[in-house]
Design a protein around this ligand. Structure first.
Ligand SMILES: Nc1ncnc2c1ncn2[C@@H]1O[C@H](COP(=O)(O)OP(=O)(O)OP(=O)(O)O)[C@@H](O)[C@H]1O
Length: 847
């Protein structure tokens, strides 16, 4: 779709809430005016703005450069990157929040339409990338690191979170709000995503708005809601996992052996596998018959390996993070991070000089072409895979290996620890799941024997707690569920191999019973819930001592500060004698610096993204649109309408910065009669699962989402990904975009930024992105503006911070009305006003 957005003077104030572009404001006047009339929108879409407004008040400094890491994969001084070093500020109390809301009105918004044009450069790269194949995976050195975000970790326990929250925040998931006045650190707590910027602290699974709404003036009648959590006030109800590892190691089965914690000394298996080098592998590969798998490699299949797996825990727990985000924290569940000083980690790189990068040089049998470009020429049935496994693979519809599967298989089979990077949607999950399963197949011969031994021995706890052999950790619940589903699919003909998933948002006790009733060899888990089981489930820690293979899916995210401590705890709980596999579509330099936390020193880095090529897919058209905040919602609406008219089979993901913003955007799109669903961390897991399943199977649907859907989730045939507001970082942009263009299909991505967020474009300037022009706004929006006004009023009336001062509420509502181009506030039925407790409030019109 070609965006045509003229620089018209049409401004849509408070666009967030109203899709209607009705007001005409001259650019010169827009600044302060916009701010005045778009208080809430500003909060929703711009954490930066918020920060700027709060900074003076709190004595904070607002970095001009909000630091997003440079896109270059080369290391660079940390100082150059400042990713999210920006600060976030905290609001100490609700009163302050209210002040903040007010303050937004009086501050000017720097609205500029300027956009950077990277076209020529990007076009060039894009063209080049079309030719580049992945014949040579490139390896990267262990060079520098790019500065990492400077989030600080904090100790905020989340319970004090208030204000500022994510509402305005745009950035991402990783932020949580902290109350420290330095505002730069935030911490996510388990339910932190729900922090709504208004001081509310949501708890997972609760309705964010639910609580306040219920208690408030009877909006029930007013909203039609559908969501269990009622976050929506307008009654428009609407309404994933991956990787594992396997490791073949020596013969020693240390399943029950107590491991000591000694860091990461390469105490690896006795096997012979470890000494192999990547170069050898590459050479073999080139000479190998099957492209990806040489004879020696194939032999490995026949060997007996140990496998291991395990499970994970929930996502919600993480801790914190900070960055700009503080203000805007977001979904904890999905993406938490902590922050902390990473500088100490940086220096550690020198310790790992032995690490080898295999990457490059791996050649597939023949360069894939066209839409099958993610596939290699190596067929699964060319490999020594057991007939039953092959059957499962065939049933799944897989014939040829994808490039990453072909590239990683031989290395994994040699028992090496692997750090693998491959573009989104190219089959990484199977790459780390399949082979461990083969291991399991081999072990299956032994597992029954083990059971016999256990049964013949005196009863003891271990009988009830068979070891987990493979542990796959995923950052989000959806991803964990998806990986478990993939594992089950591939194990279809191996009924004796059990797969279980443990994720946050479900009852721990139920999982405990399930784990006991149905022992599994493969466990997929989110970190927080896994930790819960380690600490609270009898015998679980012992079962983890059987881990042979540890997989970190979305490894860079799991090793980021938000999850780091969690992962370190988990690693301490599993045997050191194991194989570890790390997979992701992005591997920032800083992750290379600290991957020793999980990997042995001689791990191999397999990078299927050729050096110098984009990390995104050439068949995905990317564009950006920089436009004042007040136009965002109307533009979003127009963009969606255009896309829908272009493609009846549309399937769109709209990424928002926080759970709250997600909810609001979904509400308003629903109000405009678009077929919308929403998903974010403030929704109960059952709801998330239902919506996720529905979206997976549907066409003609828009899913408004927080970053819970940013990584790994495999929704087929997504036609468009729109990102509203600043992505947390370059990596997050790539992962979000990666929800489209999967399996070689075409797709489109649009990044919608406010002028002050334009700096982010420098972080992705190497990507093939064009500058879009603003589409014409639908003039027929006045009617919709009216219903949006009522929705707005209902929504904020139910918010305990904004809604408690009815007079102020009406003032704001009327500003919103004006921002939508309405001369007078639309009249609202008396009955509705009564239910909202707004009768006789000056400024309202009734009918
Ligand atoms: N060998 C194969 N042949 C065909 N399809 C495959 C093959 N392996 C995996 N797939 C399919 O490719 C799709 C993408 O796989 P997957 O979700 O593992 O990608 P990914 O690389 O992990 O993506 P992301 O980086 O977004 O997590 C899935 O639908 C999966 O079923």
């Amino acid at each position: 779709m070609l965006l045509k957005l003229p620089q018209q003077s049409v401004c849509f104030l408070n666009a967030t809430f109203s899709p209607l572009p009705l007001i005409r404001v001259s650019p010169s006047a827009s600044s302060s005016f916009l701010m005045k009339s778009s208080p809430i929108v500003s909060k929703m879409f711009t954490f930066k703005l918020k920060h700027r407004l709060l900074s003076p008040k709190l004595g904070l400094q607002f970095p001009n450069n909000l630091g997003f890491r440079a896109f270059s994969t080369r290391s660079r001084p940390s100082s150059s990157r400042g990713e999210t070093s920006a600060s976030k500020s905290l609001i100490e109390d609700e009163a302050e929040l209210s002040d903040w809301v007010s303050g937004l009105r009086t501050n000017s918004l720097r609205a500029g339409l300027g956009t950077e044009d990277e076209d020529s450069d990007n076009e060039r790269k894009r063209r080049g990338s079309m030719k580049r194949r992945r014949e040579s995976y490139d390896s990267d050195g262990f060079e520098g690191f790019r500065g990492r975000r400077e989030r600080n970790s904090d100790d905020l326990d989340g319970s004090r979170r208030r204000g500022g929250g994510d509402f305005g925040a745009r950035s991402n998931s990783k932020r949580r709000v902290n109350d420290d006045l330095d505002g730069f650190r935030g911490r996510r707590t388990r339910n932190s995503d729900d922090f709504d910027g208004f001081g509310r602290r949501g708890s997972k699974g609760d309705n964010d708005f639910g609580a306040s709404q219920r208690g408030s003036n009877g909006l029930d009648g007013f909203r039609t809601r559908n969501m269990m959590n009622s976050d929506d006030f307008d009654g428009f109800g609407r309404h994933n996992s991956r990787k594992s590892v396997y490791r073949k190691r020596g013969l020693k089965n240390d399943m029950y052996e107590e491991e000591e914690n000694e860091g990461f000394l390469p105490k690896r298996g006795i096997g012979s596998l470890q000494a192999e080098r990547s170069s050898e592998f590459s050479n073999r590969q080139r000479g190998g018959r099957s492209g990806g798998v040489s004879r020696e490699d194939r032999e490995v299949f026949g060997r007996k390996n140990l496998m291991v797996s395990d499970e994970e825990s929930d996502e919600d727990e993480r801790v914190e993070l900070s960055g700009l985000g503080g203000l805007l924290k977001d979904d904890l569940d999905d993406e938490d991070e902590d922050e902390e000083d990473v500088s100490a980690l940086r220096g550690a790189s020198s310790l790992f000089g032995e690490k080898k990068d295999v990457s490059a040089g791996l050649e597939s049998k023949s360069p894939p072409k066209g839409s099958d470009s993610y596939l290699s020429e190596t067929r699964f049935d060319e490999c020594a895979i057991s007939p039953l496994s092959l059957k499962g693979i065939r049933d799944a519809g897989y014939k040829k290996m994808t490039l990453v599967q072909e590239a990683t298989l031989p290395v994994i089979l040699r028992g090496k620890d692997v750090l693998a990077k491959a573009k989104t949607g190219t089959g990484k999950t199977v790459a780390f799941l399949l082979w461990p399963k083969e291991e399991l197949v081999d072990d299956c011969i032994e597992l029954p024997s083990i059971e016999v031994v256990l049964q013949s021995s005196p009863p003891d706890r271990d009988q009830k707690r068979p070891p987990i052999l493979v542990l796959v950790i995923c950052p989000t619940r959806e991803l964990a569920s998806q990986a478990a589903a993939e594992a089950n699919s591939l194990l279809k003909y191996h009924p004796s191999i059990g797969v279980q998933v443990v994720i946050g948002g479900t009852r721990l006790a139920l999982e405990q019973k399930r784990l006991q009733a149905n022992p599994c060899q493969i466990l997929v888990a989110t970190p927080g819930r896994l930790r819960d089981h380690i600490e609270n489930t009898a015998g679980f820690a012992t079962r983890l001592k059987g881990i042979k293979v540890l997989v970190l899916d979305e490894a860079d995210h799991l090793l980021d500060m938000g999850f780091r401590k969690e992962i370190e705890r988990i690693i301490d709980a599993v045997p050191k004698q194991r194989q570890t596999l790390l997979f992701s579509a992005t591997v920032p330099d800083e992750v290379r610096q600290i991957c020793h936390i999980a990997l042995k020193r001689d791990y191999e880095f397999i990078n299927t993204v050729q050096e110098g090529s984009e990390e995104t897919h050439a068949q995905v058209r990317q564009s950006h649109l920089v436009t004042p905040l007040d136009k965002h919602f109307s533009l979003l609406y127009v963009l969606l309408k255009e896309h829908i008219s272009d493609d009846v089979d549309y399937k769109v993901l709209v990424f928002c910065t926080t759970a709250m913003v997600t909810k609001l955007v979904a509400n308003f799109l629903g109000e405009l009669n678009l077929n919308v669903r929403e998903i974010h961390s403030r929704k109960p897991q059952s709801y998330r699962t239902r919506v996720s399943d529905e979206f997976r199977k549907s066409k003609g649907l828009i899913l408004v989402t927080s970053d819970v859907s940013a990584r790994g989730v495999d929704y087929p045939d997504v036609t468009l990904v729109i990102q509203i507001g600043l992505p947390a970082d370059r990596e997050q942009y790539i992962h979000r975009l990666g929800r489209t263009g999967r399996k070689g299909k075409e797709g489109q991505g649009i990044l919608l930024l406010a002028p002050w967020e334009e700096f982010f474009l420098s972080a992705i300037k190497d990507l093939p992105m064009t500058k879009a022009s603003s589409p014409a706004v639908d003039p027929d929006t006045r009617k919709k503006a009216k219903s949006a006004y009522q929705s707005w009023l209902g929504y904020y009336n139910s918010n305990k911070n904004v809604g408690r001062d009815k007079y102020r509420l009406v003032e704001l509502a009327n500003e919103f009305s004006r921002s939508m181009g309405l001369d007078n506030p639309p009249a609202i039925p008396k009955l509705v006003l009564g239910k909202m407790g707004l009768r006789n409030i000056p400024g309202l019109r009734s009918k």
